[in-house]
Design a protein around this ligand. Structure first.
Ligand SMILES: CC(C)(COP(=O)(O)OP(=O)(O)OC[C@H]1O[C@@H](n2cnc3c(N)ncnc32)[C@H](O)[C@@H]1OP(=O)(O)O)[C@@H](O)C(=O)NCCC(=O)NCCS
Length: 190
C-alpha cells in the first residue's frame, strides 16, 4: 500500500525514486552499514532484517513517504519525507500534519554527483506542490558539510546551530544544525 494520492515511481533528475521493496532494500544494505555512510548518522549500524521490516512497514504509513533511488538499475540512495504536526494552538488545526522531516542517503560510490540534491528536490516538490505542507525541516551534525550543503543548495535556511547538542559515539558532544524551508520560500527558490 502507498499513501493515497502519492504516486511512485517518480523522477529525481537522472534517478528514479521507487517504492521500497525487500529486493531494493537488500541492495541498500550492501552499502548502508559502511563506515563512511554511518559516520554522521544517528541510526548508525542497522540490523539488516530490522532495517527491511521497518522500511516495509513505512510503505503502509500514509504520512511516511519513503523511496529507494535507482540509477540504470543500480540502487544509489534513499530518501524520506515524514509528515508530522507543526506547532499550534488547540483552537484550530492548521498546524496538524503541516510539517515534514526530510532525510536522504547516498551510496559512497555515487557521492558528490548531485544525487542527494536531486532526491531532496523531488521530496520538497512532493511536500509543497502535492501535499500542500507549510514547512519542511532537516537536521544533521554540523561537521557533515555535504549534508547541509544539500539543504542550502535547495534554499533551506539554517535555523539553529546547536552548540555541542548532539552526541557522537566517537567524538562525544558535537554541534548540530537544523534547517527549514517554508512553502512560500520554496515557491521562490525552485
Ligand atoms: C551527505 C550525502 C547525503 C551527500 O550526498 P551527495 O549526493 O554526495 O550530495 P551532492 O552531490 O548533492 O552534493 C551536495 C554538496 O555537498 C558537497 N560535498 C559532497 N561531498 C562532500 C564532502 N565529502 N565534503 C564536503 N562537501 C561535500 C558537494 O560539493 C555539494 O556542495 P556544493 O553545492 O558546494 O557543490 C551523502 O554523502 C551521504 O549519504 N553520506 C552518508 C550519510 C549521511 O551523512 N547522510 C545525511 C544524514 S543527515
Amino acid at each position: 500500500m502507498t499513501s493515497p494520492g502519492v504516486a511512485w515511481p517518480r523522477r529525481a533528475g537522472v534517478l528514479e525514486l521507487r517504492t521500497p521493496t525487500r529486493e531494493l532494500l537488500e541492495e541498500v544494505l550492501v552499502w548502508r552499514n559502511r563506515p563512511e555512510v554511518v559516520r554522521w548518522l544517528l541510526r548508525t549500524t542497522v540490523d539488516p532484517e530490522t532495517f527491511i521490516r521497518v522500511w516495509l512497514e513505512d510503505v503502509g504509513e500514509p504520512d511516511h513517504h519513503t523511496a529507494v533511488a535507482v540509477l540504470d538499475g543500480t540502487v544509489v540512495g534513499t530518501g524520506s519525507l515524514r509528515v508530522h504536526d507543526g506547532i499550534g494552538q488547540f483552537d484550530g488545526d492548521a498546524w496538524r500534519r503541516s510539517e515534514a522531516e526530510l532525510g536522504y542517503l547516498i551510496a559512497p560510490a555515487y557521492a558528490g554527483k548531485g544525487y542527494a540534491t536531486a532526491i531532496a528536490r523531488t521530496l520538497l516538490e512532493l511536500a509543497f506542490d502535492e501535499l500542500g505542507l507549510h514547512r519542511v525541516t532537516a537536521g544533521c551534525f554540523a561537521d557533515n558539510v555535504a549534508s547541509w550543503r544539500v539543504m542550502e543548495r535547495l534554499g533551506m535556511r539554517r535555523e539553529q546551530h546547536g552548540v555541542r547538542d548532539s552526541w557522537h559515539a566517537e567524538l562525544g558532544w558535537v554541534d548540530g544544525v537544523t534547517y527549514a524551508i517554508l512553502a512560500e520560500e520554496w515557491a521562490t527558490a525552485k
